[in-house]
Design a protein around this ligand. Sequence first.
Ligand code: AN7
Length: 410
Amino acid sequence: MGLQELYYLACINCGSKYSPREIIYRCHKCGDLLSVEYEKELMNPEIALKWGARSLSVWRYIELLPINNRGKIVSLGEGGTSLNRCDRLGSHLGLKEVYVKNEGENPTGSFKDRGMTVGVTKAIEMGMKRVACASTGNTSASLAAYAARASMECIVLIPSGKVALGKLVQSMIYGAKVIQVKGNFDDALRMVEGICSSKPIYLLNSINPYRLEGQKTIAFEIWDQLGGKVPDKVIVPVGNAGNISAIWKGFRELHAMGLTDKLPKMIGIQAEGAAPIVNMIKMGLNDIKFVEKPETIATAIRIGSPVNWKKAVKSIKESGGVAETVSDEEILFAQRLLAKMEGIFVEPASAAAIAGLIKLARNGLIEPDDLVVCIATGHGLKDPNIVLKQFKKPVEIEADLSALIKILST
Ligand code: AN7
């Protein structure tokens, strides 16, 4: 340490500024969310000259990440995920340029790793020994892994019986203390915020602004992978609403640095049974009405009180984007379509972005010439049960060649 930081925390509502050395999750004056802001000298295109020499990853963009000690980064090789051009899917939908950013390629299989590499590094800088989160599964899997990597104690609260098998197994094997709450994600988040404000435990839900800094690198990578271009539209599945806000912040910073003169429209997709943000935007309300009993098969986004709703609504409105819901059936259909047409297997929450693409293309809200990027947030193997339920058991034959020839000819 001993550095003079080139960043600080600012309240998104009243603008109050806070030192990055303070452990704080909400503004002391008005209680609103905080955001990491950088000094003007970093908003400079010359910063990007250093990026080209490094491989594609979260830490390629270290100049714009809020870290003081570069020697103590907790990493598992996160980021650098592929941006797949999907021409078969695109032409099926009448669209010229569709891409899928496959965040399932991250170390624990979701985009959460981008946030946790920064968040857990920050926890160490702050001298914390314990970290905690509430989670629908991916946040806990990721935090458990990074905490193990950093030799920290990890506590995760999950909604009882509502976390996909693969994610539950991950938290267990990485050695986290896993606590099932007889309630939903929103209940678990309330509890974990309570415990972290009264004990020296570092909170790593997306209310923590450092985590979102890691996640904004999705925008930086897309810009890099498109050769310095920015998409027309970016489609993001929305749960607690941190990721869409983080990605928008990334694009805005590229703009502020003079690296692009264009910005994408941000499109947020929620599941019908858990869509407080879409409802608010579509109904033109000024305040959010939380969903008390959120329900969807996409358990990752089964969230009724998204903590980052203000940031997300601002991202969608400021960018000129839209918000849309998709049904569970549309999600499962999109999941199969993407797997069969493009060889990309994503979990249901991520398939919500593809379902949103299909719906909006049909409604004319995505134009044939648009360059669209869908964020596939998590790997399909996280939730194998949802797929097994939809298929019959594969055929079984005797172990001889004639049986094989027979079955292949029918
Ligand atoms: C695959 O793990 O909230 O809107 O606790 O796992 O930033 O919350 C997961 C969220 C999308 C929504 N796709 O992102 C958690 C959790 C997948 C996810 C989201 C999640 P946010």
